[in-house]
Design a protein around this ligand. Structure first.
Ligand SMILES: [Zn+2]
Length: 458
């Protein structure tokens, strides 16, 4: 019933989990040295959507997303800040959770940290050395020997020779082949390190995911996800490590989320267009912002690049407000979700077709139009329930539509509306217009309807 585009097979395939009804899903998480940027937010939100949909479709999902808490960037940043590494990483893990919460993400089932799995990484490295897929070098590093793994390149679709020709790999006398990658790095002064059979050192980045996914989910996973850019070398190396050690397929379905561009340009430090998710959220209305960004991030299909501009973000916010406005105007009836109902079925089919959120969102907008036309409370409940499967439309509609103004300002606006109604009744139209303009200047739109005047944030 569910079809997933498998990056390894390069096609959509029917999804069959290893164990019926259960899904083992691993997603590469963040390196916690700074606030995460809006491109990271896309990948995280896409896999939160996948997690929610698999759950809504009836699967019991174990969702593991790792935290890289030892790495060059972390060490550099901690040194620059003059703080211990653990202080930096624990602060950034807290910030990551805050930002993920604002984007209405569910916490994964497990969030293993690299520093808590050093023994598992050393165990895996030991297995690879024993079966001839890895070798300790004279400098204290341990490398993976890519020539010893026949499948190397199968995810990225490149042969080792193509990769070598295309790589500008520095000559390193300790490696047997320039594409060999490090599993264990010999300790350098002033850096965190652990004892091992190969001497003091710390793990390379790639081994982390192979070791933690094996510890949490076993040797073969149903789904492994990550950003598009991780396919090579990171995921290629994960396959080499995991399959090189177990001799079994590592992942049945590889999923990759496409890039988010900034105003049609690739995000890059040199262009100065890398925005943290936190900075974007802080510029938005606090009531609407998180869900609006989430809506924007999922409005495009996860395998298509999406473009970020302030206007596109505001457009997504407006579209979301229009869904909430329908829910406010026609309060949902008591209701149980029935997937055979025609709207529900179309939504279900769209999501089961490789998580086609643009098509699923189109169903929500059709429902909105019909609710506005028919004022059917059952359809309103259906809209709320369908949106809810993807983490949307669960806030109080009246408060959401009014946004931040729903607090202290709300009473003032209600008083102004009452004064305007009085002026109209007294046929003092100049005064009524003056009050309307004053309300408008606050960024509030009045909606005169049969049931009186309501208002929302423009
Ligand atoms: Zn990974």
């Amino acid at each position: 019933m569910l079809r997933i585009h498998n990056s390894l097979a390069r096609e959509k395939q029917a999804f069959t989990p290893i164990e019926p009804g259960k899904v083992r899903m691993y997603v590469c998480g963040l390196t916690v040295y700074d606030y995460f940027h809006i491109g990271n937010a896309r990948t995280l939100t896409v896999f939160d959507m996948v997690y929610r949909w698999l759950t809504a479709a009836g699967y019991e999902v174990k969702y593991v997303r790792n935290i890289t808490d030892v790495d060059d960037k972390i060490i550099d940043r901690a040194n620059k800040n003059g703080e211990p590494i653990e202080a930096l990483t624990s602060r950034m893990v807290t910030a990551m959770h805050e930002d993920c919460d604002r984007l209405l993400m569910l916490r994964p089932s497990a969030e293993p940290r690299a520093t808590q799995h050093i023994d598992n990484m050393l165990g895996l490295i030991g297995d690879l050395v024993t079966n001839g897929k890895a070798y300790p070098a004279s400098n204290g590093d341990v490398y993976y020997a890519v020539r010893e793994f026949p499948g190397y390149g199968k995810l990225s679709g490149k042969s080792i020779d193509d990769l070598r020709a295309g790589e500008r790999v520095a000559v390193d006398g300790h490696k047997r082949d320039p594409l060999d990658f490090v599993l264990w790095k010999a300790a350098k002064p002033q850096e965190p390190h652990w004892c091992s059979h190969y001497g003091e050192g710390r793990p390379g980045w790639h081994i982390e995911c192979s070791a933690m996914s094996r510890a949490e989910l076993g040797e073969t996973l149903d789904i492994h996800g990550g950003g598009w850019d991780l396919q090579f070398p990171h995921h290629e190396n994960e396959i080499a490590q995991s399959e090189g050690a177990s001799g079994k397929p590592f992942v049945n379905y590889w999923m990759h989320a496409a890039f988010l561009n900034m105003d049609n340009e690739k995000m890059s430090k040199s262009l100065g267009n890398v925005f943290t998710t936190r900075a974007v959220l802080d510029k938005l209305d606090p009531v609407q912002g998180g869900e609006a960004v989430r809506f924007f991030l999922l409005r495009g299909h996860y395998r298509s690049e999406i473009n970020y501009t302030w206007d596109i973000l505001q457009d997504a916010r407006g579209a979301l407000v229009s869904l909430y406005t329908a829910l406010r105007d026609v309060p949902p009836a008591e209701f149980e979700l029935d997937w055979t109902e025609p709207y529900a079925k179309r939504f279900f089919d769209a999501m089961c077709d490789d998580f086609n959120t643009p098509m699923a969102f189109a169903v929500l907008f059709e429902l909105r139009n019909e609710i506005n036309r028919t004022r059917d409370a059952k359809l309103s409940a259906l809209l709320c329930a369908l949106g809810g499967t993807l983490g949307f439309l669960q806030a109080d509609p009246a408060a959401f539509v009014q946004g931040e103004a729903a607090g202290d300002e709300a009473a003032e606006i209600d008083a102004l509306i009452a004064a305007r109604n009085e002026a109209k009744k007294a046929k003092n139209f100049a005064e009524a217009d003056r009050i309307r303009d004053e309300i408008k200047a606050r960024g509030i739109v009045l909606e005169d309807g049969a049931g009186g005047t309501t208002w929302r944030r423009a």
